[in-house]
Design a protein around this ligand. Structure first.
Ligand SMILES: CC(C)(COP(=O)(O)OP(=O)(O)OC[C@H]1O[C@@H](n2cnc3c(N)ncnc32)[C@H](O)[C@@H]1OP(=O)(O)O)[C@@H](O)C(=O)NCCC(=O)NCCS
Length: 160
């Protein structure tokens, strides 16, 4: 069900991130996908619906077709730890175990790359999602994330 993003998936992936409110004006999501695909130790994994789901089974958002991209996780190893970004489940399927399956698949991918631990960042404006990660065994690492842009500022990096 989970595998690396293909060229034909990119529009669906970006649409899913937008539907899940994961995009930000300073990050070009197309560039994020492209950059992750360039690296030997980074990827965007997509999860596909394994069968057609009628509207009644998928909530209010309409039917889901078999093969449709319904989940994503960007994963990358920084040489020490593995990191997850863009963990997203199609709103029509949220609450049915797909998020757990997505994180498990991404963790397996990171472990296969040699990562011994996994980290992710949760925006302070998305505090509600912390309960999800806690159910999956994630815990506050008691760290503050600091950052600054590198190189010439552009629309992607301005102030971030
Ligand atoms: C967060 C998200 C990926 C979870 O996916 P999901 O398919 O709804 O989650 P699952 O159904 O697999 O839930 C897994 C477990 O977490 C629990 N859970 C899910 N969301 C939760 C929440 N907000 N608070 C507490 N527990 C939660 C479920 O009850 C389930 O528990 P169980 O396996 O012990 O029964 C999904 O809601 C999503 O895409 N949200 C929008 C994007 C987002 O915020 N991504 C995270 C960016 S850091």
């Amino acid at each position: 069900m989970f595998g690396p993003v293909a060229d034909d998936d990119v529009e669906a992936v970006v649409a899913l991130w937008r539907a899940c409110d994961l995009t930000r004006p300073w990050n070009d999501p197309y560039r994020d996908v492209a950059d992750a695909r360039l690296g030997e130790t980074s990827t965007v994994l997509v999860g596909r619906a394994t069968r057609d789901l009628p509207e009644a089974a998928s909530g209010d958002g309409g039917a889901v077709r078999a093969g449709e991209v319904v989940a994503t996780a960007m994963a990358g190893v920084d040489g020490h730890r593995g990191w997850l970004y863009y963990v997203a489940v199609d709103p029509r399927l949220q609450g049915s175990g797909t998020g757990r399956a997505t994180v498990v698949a991404a963790e397996a991918w990171l472990a296969a790359q040699g990562a011994r631990a996994v980290r992710l960042m949760v925006r302070s404006t998305n505090d509600a999602v912390r309960g999800f990660y806690e159910r999956l065994g994630y815990a506050d690492q008691d760290c503050v994330v600091l950052g600054r842009p590198l190189g010439a500022p552009d629309a992607r990096d301005a102030g971030r």
